[in-house]
Design a binder for this molecule. Structure first.
Ligand code: DQA
Length: 156
């Protein structure tokens, strides 16, 4: 929460993107589209501004850095939108970080992971997330921000 000059509480969200998402725009555009990560982050900041919340964006290709970002969010953010990329399907460490930090997470994927290879159907994030949004491309980030703000509002 960030206190504004008017004394109102402003929610603070972390948009956390994992491995290979820095290559969006050129990476398998037939699967992930032509939008770059920069454009997605601008969209998130703009969506946050319209909704009256503060949005911070961070991307890392390293599992440990993503774990640390989730830990740090404990004291700085009210919610996280997480696209963990391939770590979604492998990382018990990210699952444990989410459980330990106690910050609500919405799991996000650009592609519909359930319509792809079998190994992408398994998510270690899903059991510890508020919910999952996938298959809507960059629009998914807008939906995820709306969903987490709704969740935060209801749990106040
Ligand atoms: C992804 C889906 C993952 O399976 C994949 O490893 C990614 C991107 C998505 O946004 O659709 O890196 O998270």
């Amino acid at each position: 929460m960030v206190e504004t000059i008017l004394g109102q509480q402003m929610s603070s969200l972390l948009i956390l993107n994992g491995p290979n998402l820095n290559l969006l725009g050129t990476r398998q555009p037939e699967v992930y589209g032509a939008t770059t990560l920069d454009q997605i982050e601008t969209l998130c900041i703009e969506t946050g501004r319209k909704a009256g919340c503060n949005v911070t964006c961070y991307q890392s290709n390293h599992e440990g850095e993503l774990v640390e970002a989730i830990h740090a969010a404990r004291n700085t953010h009210d919610g996280i939108i997480l696209n963990a990329g391939a770590y979604t399907h492998t990382s018990v460490a990210l699952m444990d970080a989410i459980s330990s930090a106690g910050v609500p997470v919405v799991e996000l994927h650009l592609s519909n992971i359930h319509a792809r290879e079998e190994f992408r159907h398994k998510s270690y994030i899903a059991p510890v997330a508020v919910g999952q949004i996938c298959g809507f491309g960059p629009k998914g980030y807008v939906l995820a921000i709306d969903a987490i703000l709704d969740h935060l509002e209801k749990s106040r």
